[in-house]
Design a protein around this ligand. Structure first.
Ligand SMILES: Cc1cc2nc3c(=O)[nH]c(=O)nc-3n(C[C@H](O)[C@H](O)[C@H](O)COP(=O)(O)OP(=O)(O)OC[C@H]3O[C@@H](n4cnc5c(N)ncnc54)[C@H](O)[C@@H]3O)c2cc1C
Length: 456
């Protein structure tokens, strides 16, 4: 559709953002509602151009997610694993590499975390056989290139290609009448009692929507703040760089290799050994380098930093900068960005033979937008801000790609309960799908966190 026709076209339901979450939600809605009532507005020329493409590509089993503090991500990861598996079995050519993940304790002090992971895996609904505890001896036998006092091996962790999965859902949503408008960055939003007005610099006139679901990733907070929500929070951006490893050492491990995080309150992890499902390559990454914008993929400049530091609320960022642990971790990440030998050195804590020379080409970097509250602390779960006729999903970070189908189903159920979908015309035909929408809509969400900034 050309931009000009926007003047005549109002949509009952608009989704902002064609990442994995927005597209999955559009697909689920298309299974229940008639054609041409749902539109996805996306800044880029296609879906999944940011986090949903630029990620580690691991379909995470929820063994490492605290069932209390990460309840929602854990439940969504558990439910979604089975949904993605069904999609991969049904759609020919979907990359699916069930290589497993080994998560190592770097030193003795981390050994209790491994037992905790086993406990969490069962509490989060995983099966006993999925998580195996390795002591140093078993580890040396099975993974001779690793040196560590212990590890957990998660047999069902799977390498996938989330961009490919998003594209599969895009194709099916389009076939079922969802409209996608690309190169349509939404820069302004306002709400009335009956409709939401959206402004885009590329459209000739404002677009009117019955309701709006804002799934625009790093862009979500800005739009919510225009409506007065989430104004005491800010985003801090971290770039994750990856390096391809030399072909000669690719078969050191058949699995993904992670280490137990040392600083759980910060979004810094030691980089992982990652098997790419689509290309067959192995990469080391990601780093977590602070950057000033959600698209600082290739470099940063002082102007962007100045703008970042001056954008309100500024106190959150200053409080974070006064945290000495945060600062020293950030400096270490920057050193890793400049010197690949520094990155290799960090990995040598558990892969002693790895050298900077083993890292050959740069992979595709991704950027995470992490929400920081007014005390300068990182917010751990995704947040929902409810407006009068709009819903905004903020801080939807890892394992967000893994959990997208269940998270989208949660949103669908809540929208139904609130009566926000009452104006949409239901389908009269039955649509074939690899997911049973009736079952997804029946399952009641459990342990939902209280949404922040609820207005209606
Ligand atoms: C380095 C890295 C590694 C990760 N690894 C994993 C992993 O292994 N496993 C996992 O499960 N998760 C992983 N994640 C997390 C996962 O990728 C994200 O949680 C997920 O992709 C978020 O999807 P999304 O649809 O919310 O956001 P996005 O994919 O960012 O999509 C948002 C979309 O909105 C569009 N947009 C933004 N602003 C506007 C606007 N104003 N108007 C219109 N459109 C707009 C953007 O162009 C974009 O296409 C990783 C993330 C990163 C950054």
């Amino acid at each position: 559709m050309r931009n000009r026709s926007l003047a005549q076209r109002d949509y009952p339901l608009v989704i902002i953002g064609g990442g994995i979450l927005g597209v999955t939600l559009a697909y689920l809605l298309s299974l229940k509602y008639q054609d041409r009532q749902i539109v996805v507005l996306e800044t880029e020329a296609d879906v999944a151009q940011h986090s949903s493409r630029r990620n580690t590509g691991v379909l995470h089993r929820p063994f490492y997610l605290d069932p209390e503090t990460k309840a929602r991500f854990a439940r969504c990861a558990e439910q979604s694993y089975h949904l993605w598996k069904k999609l991969a079995q049904t759609v020919p050519g979907t990359p699916w590499l069930p290589c497993g993940t080994l998560e190592v304790a770097i030193d003795e002090s981390q050994l209790p975390s491994l037992a905790t992971y086993k406990d969490w895996s069962l509490k989060n609904g995983m099966k006993e056989y999925e998580v195996d505890l390795f002591d140093a001896e078993k580890l040396a036998q099975k993974f001779p290139h690793i040196k560590a006092p212990g590890a957990v091996f998660v047999v069902t962790d799977t390498s996938v290609d989330f961009q490919n999965m998003t594209q599969s859902l895009r194709d099916r949503a389009m076939a079922q009448g969802v409209h996608f408008l690309f190169r349509m960055p939404i820069t302004g939003i306002s709400e009335g009692d009956q409709e939401v007005f959206l402004h885009s610099k590329t459209a000739q006139t404002d677009l009117k929507a019955g309701i709006v679901i804002n799934c625009s990733g790093a862009g979500s907070l800005n739009l919510a703040q225009q409506l007065g929500m989430g104004r005491n929070h800010c985003n801090v951006f971290f770039r994750g760089d990856y390096w391809e490893v030399d072909a000669g050492i690719r078969d050191w491990f058949g699995a993904n290799i992670y280490s137990v995080p040392r600083f759980k309150e910060f979004p810094f992890l030691d980089p992982h050994w990652v098997r790419r499902a689509a290309s067959g390559l192995v990469e080391i990454g990601p780093t977590a380098i602070p950057v000033p914008t959600p698209t600082s993929y290739d470099g940063v400049n002082l102007w962007d930093w100045k703008h970042f530091m001056q954008t309100p609320p500024t106190e959150n960022k200053w409080k974070l900068l006064k945290n000495s642990t945060f600062l020293s971790l950030a400096v270490s990440e920057w050193r890793g960005a400049i010197l690949k030998s520094h990155l290799a050195k960090r990995m040598r804590q558990f892969i002693p033979e790895l050298r900077g020379g083993h890292l050959t080409y740069r992979g595709l970097s991704g950027i995470r937008a992490s929400l920081v509250d007014e005390s300068g602390h990182f917010v751990s779960e995704a947040q929902e801000y409810w407006g009068r006729r709009s819903l905004h999903i903020v801080n939807y970070n890892s394992p967000g790609a893994t959990g997208a189908p269940a998270f989208a189903a949660d949103l669908f159920r809540t929208l139904l309960k609130k009566g926000w979908l009452d104006g949409l015309k239901p389908r009269t035909d039955k649509v074939e799908s690899f997911w049973d929408i009736e079952t997804l809509l029946k399952e009641d969400p459990v342990n939902l966190p209280e949404p922040l900034g609820t207005q209606g």
